[in-house]
Write a protein that binds this ligand. Sequence first.
Ligand code: F6R
Length: 605
Amino acid sequence: MCGIIGYTGCDKAVPILLEGLKNLEYRGYDSAGVAVQTADGIRMIKATGKVENLAAKAESTLGLYGVCGIGHTRWATHGSPSDVNAHPHMSADGRFAIVHNGIIENYLELKKDLEKKGVEFKSETDTEVIVQLLAYYYDGDVRKSLMRTVARLTGSYAVAVICADCPGVVYAARMSSPLIVGVGAGENYFASDITALIRHTKDVIDLDDGETAEISMDGVRIFNRYGRPVEKKLRHILWDIAAAEKGGYPHFMLKEIMEQPQAIKATIEPRIKNGRVELDDLDIDMSAFDRVLITACGSAYHAGCVGRLVIETLCRIPVEAEVASEFRYRNAVMSEKTLVIAISQSGETADTIAAMREAKKNGATVLAIVNVVGSTIAKLADHVIYTWAGPEIAVATTKGYVTQLVVLDLFAVWAAERLGRLGGEEYDGLIRSIKALPSKAQRALDLSGGAKELAKIYHDRSSMFFIGRNLDYAVAMEGSLKLKEISYLHSEAYAAGELKHGTIALIEPGRLVAALCCCDRLYEKTASNIQQVKARGAKVLALAPESNRAIYGEADYVIQVPDVHPLLFPAVEIIPMQLFAYCVALENGCDIDKPKNLAKSVTVE
Ligand code: F6R
């Protein structure tokens, strides 16, 4: 979703802003713009489409020579993607320029108010009210006017502002939308995401809700919601620039698929000590809960569906999983005996945040499984377990999802042992199997060669199905989502036993059905579903463990996955499906890392 960068220093601002925006492209956007302070006041350029279009415009525009400015990639919410709606927005008097992430819920009311006072608006955006309010309240003190402005806003915002009267200073404010300060030598930055800054600095300060900040080339000042200065800690980013680059792969998605063995290892290794799962920072008494509710969106929800089955199996405690956009409005029955697990790669997903707030309001304890340190979800939760996947740039999650599965496995084993429901050889066996997952994931990658050949045959079909039972069904949902989101080939995931209740009508000769067959105890059942679709002319691709030889008598194509503990199959079984989706998207000439209409971090409802 939208991205922000702000820069002040002694280098030319525009190239730095454009480079930052380029690094934010993965978040998804439809237009971009920059504004810089110049000797002739604030100059601004904007363009719809790619940052390249903006860069071309910058090249042919004279006078963009300032050393202090702001930039933005916009993902349209209020008003269509157009130059006029793109950010930055300027106040009618040309004194202020602003970039904004988030949504101002009361913008119509504020707009009417300002219009009555004679202010003329240019765009359809909610953002423009912020900059017009800034100008309206301005009496020579930008910070004061910023504080008065944000006090009138309802909703979420991360804003960066420049003022023609204050050369070399960028101002910012944050509420429910991520914003960090990047601290450099003789230069400082604001950004919505560290990837915009990592080439310049690895030292950042996380802004908290209600805070405002100002940066100049030699200083950073942060103020709390009452305008009092606050001291904040620097956070040093541990990953380096190589982690945010493609490293020789044609796409981030492929790189991230290939990185999964390493990401799983990084997530598991620090948590298994002397043959036991140790979740150091987790101070939860599992016996205090009578149920677990898992909530998340998209792929993270699919990870939750796997987690539901694994936790329930091992802990024998009721577990439900629900998409956060439904959960937040369901008025779910919760109490202090409920453990809510919120799962998120970005840590900034608006629906998941709202679901967590709802859970906390009802007295539940919230445990977050998150990838991004310092994110809103990490801060809001009572307890956090990080997935050490490293930066995930491709919009479609792969290593983020797999590490969520692994954390859920670790948590389930940890909780089951604490509840006295798991021990002895069963416990030791699970630990051994979890420790083997990195090498098993590598084996799954090695066995996935067939995905490319199948993509060549089936990439231009109108639809396909994924079927499976139990954990296989939970993984089928993720396999199906991966395919449709990046290749635009329609697909559906179905619980294999449910097909005959309707969807089997859509099975026609030549239709590809991926049958997930890793759930050994239900294999015979899935095999009979395979026969049902084959009888209607479907072509069946089976994903089955290497030890399953019978499958060769059932399916048209087989992709093998390594044998692992029955509860751990999802983490290896998804890998060939990710590669299949990737190869289909490649055949279809899709923009794999930035699928149309999608955003990496969905910070709006
Ligand atoms: C799909 C995908 C999305 C995200 C969802 C939640 O590949 O990436 O479905 O899983 O938007 O995002 P996070 O995990 O950041 O909360």
